[in-house]
Design a protein around this ligand. Structure first.
Ligand SMILES: Nc1ncnc2c1ncn2[C@@H]1O[C@H](COP(=O)(O)OP(=O)(O)O)[C@@H](O)[C@H]1O
Ligand SMILES: [Mg+2]
Length: 286
């Protein structure tokens, strides 16, 4: 059973795409089969996975408008464990096209139904907006991962995102499905700037244990990797950002197991029981 995660925050430049590609790459390193869906018109995730935008005919948006089938869009990457549903730039009026679709909020949900079991993790890189595309991503997801940049006014706009999440949660409840806030990821922490740590504390008081222990530091290697069209975990596996993205992947895997375990047993989660049950595995990772 796969876990579908939307990486969403309507603020631009907070590290959504960077997190999507590096988390995909790190999860693949731990043997997981991953599908990366690029839902941003700027197609940054597609480019950063080393896919030339001119090398394919159809993008995921053609599936939204039903001009292409999913199989025609799905691309393999250099990493045999990662497949990509790419985006293309210059897609104009896609929201206008899907607004008339009766099923407009559930298009991605229906598209993924047949292929979701082929993957263990499906990561969706959302656009920096809260329109129909993001609603589609959330509707198709089990959880949302929110990257938040460690800087002043980080909380700004999060309320709107949470309102959208609540709206989707209500709609999903009808079909007996759930959407959880899977985690909040603090990104681009500059160790030299004390206000960064204050932002982390502020976010932690609001989201408590939802905040990942892993914090992604600001690291120039991250931007350089983007330039060469590879995840930083491949470009410079020993760099600070690569190490933190691998740590994040381990946390994601652990939370996923924890989440499934609680869902299956349907009783309240007990951290002590969980620790004693999974301590061995955690030990081998640390
Ligand atoms: N940890 C990091 N350290 C340094 N630069 C980063 C880091 N994460 C992202 N960046 C850079 O910040 C910019 C915005 O990141 P991106 O992932 O594209 O944000 P979003 O998808 O939210 O718009 C990119 O140029 C990226 O290379
Ligand atoms: Mg992006």
């Amino acid at each position: 059973m796969s876990l579908i995660l939307s990486i969403a925050n309507q603020k631009g430049g907070v590290g959504k795409t960077t997190t999507a590609i590096n988390l995909a790459s790190a999860l693949a390193k731990y043997g997981k089969k991953v599908l990366l869906i690029d839902l941003d018109y700027q197609a940054n995730a597609t480019t950063c996975m080393g896919i030339d935008r001119g090398s394919f005919k159809y993008s995921i948006f053609d599936c939204f408008t039903r001009e292409a089938a999913l199989e025609e869009v799905l691309l393999k990457t250099k990493n045999k464990r990662i497949d990509v549903l790419p985006a293309k730039t210059l897609v104009r009026g896609i929201e206008e096209k899907i607004i008339v679709d009766f099923n407009r909020d559930y298009i991605l949900h229906s598209l993924l139904r047949d292929i979701r079991d082929d993957y263990e993790y499906i990561l969706i890189d959302c656009p920096p907006s809260l329109g129909y595309i993001t609603t589609n991503a959330l509707m198709a997801s089990d959880g949302v991962l929110v990257p938040v940049q460690c800087e002043f006014l980080a909380m700004d706009g999060l309320t709107q995102l949470l309102n959208t999440v609540r709206f989707v949660q209500q709609k999903k409840k009808v079909n007996n499905e759930t959407l959880t806030i899977f985690g909040v990821l603090m990104t681009m922490l500059d160790g030299r700037v004390t206000s960064g740590y204050q932002v982390v504390n502020e976010i932690k008081t609001y989201f408590n244990e939802k905040v990942f222990q892993t914090i992604i530091p600001r690291n120039i290697t991250c931007s350089n990797a983007t330039f060469y069209g590879v995840p930083v975990t491949v470009f410079s596996p020993k760099s600070k950002s690569a190490v933190s993205y691998r740590k994040l992947a381990r946390e994601v895997i652990q939370r996923n197991e924890q989440w499934r375990f609680c869902k299956k047993k349907s009783y309240r989660f007990n951290q002590r029981k969980w620790n004693s049950r999974f301590r061995k595995r955690r030990g081998s990772w640390d």
